[in-house]
Design a protein around this ligand. Structure first.
Ligand SMILES: Cc1cc2nc3c(=O)[nH]c(=O)nc-3n(C[C@H](O)[C@H](O)[C@H](O)COP(=O)(O)OP(=O)(O)OC[C@H]3O[C@@H](n4cnc5c(N)ncnc54)[C@H](O)[C@@H]3O)c2cc1C
Length: 432
């Protein structure tokens, strides 16, 4: 017999926790799952502690612990008919049925291939941030933080505060274009204060604006400006992309690289809601307010709507609109960095299978443009390694589509996501 809950929320970051606060407040039995060992998601990552300890009050406010089942170290690997989810924790899998599903799986870093991106010592800026946040230990040696996007500043600042020797900060955006953010910052004093604190933490760091990475060579980073900077640790970030694997598995409509939602955070499938950075990257406060809206919408569908729900809904919707305005001004200023902007024919795109941009270009005349990344996968094994395309999909599809400018086929995702043993699947098959 399959266990059943009123609401299942995947992802216990800002969005998932806030959604759980609303659903439990409205009396719904809620299961909140996350692959990590503590709640809080990317923004509130911290040294391993009690699962909820150290999280801000406003995020936890309203959670009725009697109605919440928090399952950490538990990953969602499959969605069946949008009313049942396969969950796995080490050594055990099960399928949980739910009346409503909320997908709050956040974002991941946008992989940006460039010559040398696969060398030892080159690390994703968010990965380094997570190491520092969870361990409190800073990298040793001369550190460079490079790439583009508003998130690079907090990484560099946090590394410095943790004691790292951050020597250079390289931002692809020219300084004068960043000035375009001023009006938005003046309307968002919290964000302006945050920016000032980062600027203070970075005093003395050499800042390079309007320069992109040409190549990482052993011990030297070559920039498009011709400068050559010595390094021991290179932290690279080019923004984030929504994490859509579970959404694709659930067959949700996706637009502009994010889950398509209405103003109640309902997706294209009935009973399935999405909140936070899976609907578009916009920061932790926006993710939290979207979580509240999704939780309220679930309560409405479950017939638990009250006059107070209406008040909360209106206020959350107003806050979302304000935060979205700020997020949009960031998107407009930074724009999306093209996936192949820094790659040369010799650059490895699919790191798991060792496929270069040149390999794809040389063989792309053997398939039809509309076959896109799927053909590259079948012929060259791109995306068939352990990361299952998470690192290379954007670059490979871009390499394929640039030949014809044709739209490429959306990748198909099949369960299980991540690693699940045959034994575990066997145990759960009976429940399905
Ligand atoms: C690498 C990185 C670094 C960031 N650093 C900053 C920063 O310094 N400053 C800043 O303002 N913003 C930062 N952000 C943005 C900020 O973290 C987000 O705005 C905020 O955390 C979004 O909240 P969320 O709930 O949507 O997603 P998240 O907080 O990312 O939470 C999503 C959760 O879903 C879980 N999950 C995903 N898939 C599954 C699955 N299949 N099964 C179970 N669990 C799953 C993840 O483990 C994660 O805990 C960063 C984002 C990333 C990705």
């Amino acid at each position: 017999m399959m266990e059943r809950v009123d609401v299942l929320i995947v992802g216990a970051g800002s969005a998932g926790l806030s959604a759980a606060a609303e659903t439990t407040r409205h009396g719904l039995a809620t299961m909140l799952v996350d692959g990590r060992s503590s709640a809080g998601g990317q923004f509130y990552a911290r040294p391993h502690a009690d699962p909820l300890e150290g999280l801000p009050e406003e995020l936890l406010a309203g959670i009725d612990v009697e109605r919440l089942e928090l399952r950490l170290g538990t990953s969602a690997w499959g969605v069946f008919d949008n009313r049942a989810v396969g969950l796995s924790r080490p050594g055990a899998s099960e399928v949980i049925a739910c009346d409503a599903l909320v997908i709050a799986t956040g974002a991941m870093e946008r992989p940006q291939p460039f010559p040398g991106w696969d060398m030892p010592g080159v690390i994703a800026a968010g990965g380094m941030q997570l190491l520092v946040k969870e361990s409190g230990v800073a990298p040793i040696g001369r550190v460079i933080v490079a790439g583009t996007g508003p998130f690079l500043l907090p990484v560099a600042a946090q590394l410095r505060v943790a004691g790292a020797d951050v020597h250079d900060f390289v931002e692809a955006m020219p300084r004068r274009r960043l000035a375009g953010l001023l009006p938005a910052l003046l309307r968002s004093p919290d964000r302006a204060r945050e920016g000032i604190s980062y600027a203070r933490a970075l005093r003395g760091v050499r800042m390079h604006f309007g320069a992109t990475i040409a190549a990482a060579e052993p011990g030297v980073l070559a920039l498009s400006s011709g400068e050559r900077l010595p390094w021991d640790v290179l932290c690279i970030g080019h923004g984030f992309v929504p994490r859509l694997d579970l959404a694709r598995l659930a067959g949700l409509a996706i637009a502009g690289g994010a889950i398509l939602v209405d103003d109640r955070l309902a997706t294209s499938r009935s009973g399935v809601f999405a909140a936070g950075e899976v609907t578009g990257v916009g920061g932790a406060p926006l993710a939290a307010v979207e979580g509240r809206l999704a939780g309220l919408a679930v309560a409405e569908c479950a017939g638990r709507w009250t006059a107070l729900s209406e008040v909360r809904f209106r206020s959350a919707r107003k806050t979302r609109a304000r935060l979205l305005r700020f997020a949009r001004s960031l998107w407009a200023t930074y724009g999306a960095f093209p996936p192949l902007a820094l790659a040369t024919p010799e650059t490895t795109l699919c790191r798991c299978e060792g496929v270069t941009l040149g390999d794809i270009q040389a063989s792309s005349s053997f398939w039809l443009p509309e076959e896109g990344a799927r053909a590259a996968k079948a012929m060259l094994r791109c995306g068939m390694g352990p990361c299952q395309g998470a690192m290379c999909l954007a670059a490979v599809t871009s390499a394929v589509s640039s030949r014809s400018q044709a739209d490429w086929a959306e990748p198909r995702v099949r369960p299980p996501l991540g690693t699940v043993t045959v034994g575990e699947i066997g145990d759960t098959a009976a429940a399905l």
